[in-house]
Design a protein around this ligand. Sequence first.
Ligand SMILES: Nc1nc2c(ncn2[C@@H]2O[C@H](COP(=O)(O)OP(=O)(O)OP(=O)(O)O)[C@@H](O)[C@H]2O)c(=O)[nH]1
Ligand SMILES: [Mg+2]
Ligand SMILES: [Mg+2]
Length: 259
Amino acid sequence: MANSKYEYVKSFEVVDKLLPNTWIVVRIDGRNFHRFSDENEFNKPNDVQALNLMNSCAVAMLEEFTDIIFSYGVSDEYSFIFKRTSQFYERRASKILSTTVSLFTANYVKKWKEFFPQKEMRLTPSFDGRVVCYPSNVNLRDYLAWRQVDCHINNQYNTCFWMLVLNKDKTKKEAQDILKGTQTQDKNELLFQQFNINYSNLPAIFRKGSCVFKDKVEEIVKHTERGDPVKRLRKKVVVSHCDVIGDRFWKDHPWILDE
Ligand SMILES: Nc1nc2c(ncn2[C@@H]2O[C@H](COP(=O)(O)OP(=O)(O)OP(=O)(O)O)[C@@H](O)[C@H]2O)c(=O)[nH]1
Ligand SMILES: [Mg+2]
Ligand SMILES: [Mg+2]
């Protein structure tokens, strides 16, 4: 049967091409993870295995979608940056967003047992997603700085909050009142005075979040007949908990934003 009678419906589809020559950022975030974390008894305020699971899913994303040049994750969220010149799905927003969210979610479920071998997963996880284009490297770096500052603020607050609740028998309301109006320095003092914790010594994965990107690493590709190793520089997806606010990281990894 000829389909021409019905084909006009296709013209209702809207064009959703993302601006050319801009960094495409897809940020996904766990839906109702407050409850998901409770039900699955994640450690408070940070569950290192839950974070490792998120990171492992991000690594899988960079391996599958080669246009992703960098990603940054904290808590139940991950931001994926597609290179400026990406022609992935002809830059169609809905395609890029939906495949990113679904591939990440599928990996999260698939890899759960690897990170929580003793825990049957409770509830079905899902993630929302949004896509934003940034025209300049400065905008992109400011975006990442915004997320990393957010990580710092939340982690410092949550660390104080849960120390007060779990170790000083404060109610959640009392802990909230104690922390109300406090500045960064006050929270550092509180942790040090009351719990002998030096905030800057806490694991970097909690304080800085996680960066997943392709780094140049030396790998032994073979051995000569005499048994000497032959090394090559290879690009490999790595996870690092570095500072992305200052210039250092970007000076050390110029290929990420130059690509
Ligand atoms: N215990 C624990 N909870 C976590 C951890 N990471 C994330 N969460 C929880 O996940 C929540 C994530 O915050 P949001 O994304 O703002 O809130 P949400 O509940 O996911 O709600 P929506 O994102 O709006 O659907 C946090 O408030 C925590 O309750 C963790 O490592 N340990
Ligand atoms: Mg969430
Ligand atoms: Mg969140």
